[in-house]
Each structure stands twice: as C-alpha cells, then as structure tokens.
Write a protein that binds this ligand. Structure first.
Ligand code: ZN
Length: 125
C-alpha cells in the first residue's frame, strides 16, 4: 500500500485516479464562484487565454510554412539543368555544378557581374 502525500495539485499517474476529477471539480467550483461574484470576465479571459495558447502555435506553424514557401524556390540550374531548392533571400551555388546563382522571378539565373559580357563557351570535340 502506497501513500501519496503530495496533495491534489501534483498529478501522479498511477496512484490516485480521482485526483484528476478533483482537479476539474475544483476548477469548476472556482469558475462558478468567480461567475457568482461577478467575475465572469475573468473566466472568459481565462478561456480566451487558453484559446490563444492553443491557436497561436497552430497559426505560427502555418505561418512558418507559408513563409518558407514564399522564401524558397525550386527551379532548374540554367547551366546544368539540375533541379534543386534554394532560398530567395540570398545568393547560392548550384549543388551540382557549383555555378553561383540567384533567384529571379521564380527562376535561377546566373550571377553575372555588371559590365561582364556573358559568353556561352561551346566545346567542340
Ligand atoms: Zn548547375
């Protein structure tokens, strides 16, 4: 026989299966008391807070996905035609051929320094 002397506030899963019920009964009683003495707004704000705590991570999750989708682009390398994903926010190198590239209108373009004439070198066997 084990005795749990922690009281009702500390949940200990296997021991006291009524502690959860007592917790909710106490919570209901506290809410009812608050409502009875005109502190319904406190109860409401508590539920709004619970709602916010629940909703905010969901919004943050989808917001992050939206942001990632907006800030990355999948396209083909203009040099070697290999497809890969890169950030729109910075310059990057093609993982296949190492060509320095940047994003332009959802396509990858070569980073040609201003004033440089871009010549395609054709190797003829
Ligand atoms: Zn490439």
């Amino acid at each position: 026989m084990k005795y749990y002397t922690f009281g009702n506030n500390l949940p200990n899963g296997s021991g006291d299966r009524w502690s959860g019920v007592r917790f909710w009964l106490t919570t209901l009683l506290v809410f009812w008391t608050f409502s009875a003495i005109g502190l319904g707004w406190l109860v409401n704000s508590f539920f709004i807070l619970i709602g916010l705590i629940t909703i905010v991570p969901v919004i943050a999750f989808f917001g992050l996905q939206w942001w990632v989708k907006r800030s990355i682009v999948t396209a083909e390398c203009p040099v070697c035609s290999s497809s890969f994903t890169a950030s729109k926010l910075s310059q990057f190198q093609c993982p296949s051929c190492g060509e320095p590239l940047q994003e332009h209108q959802n396509k990858f373009v070569r980073m040609t320094p201003p004033g440089t004439i871009d010549i395609d070198v054709q190797v003829v066997d």
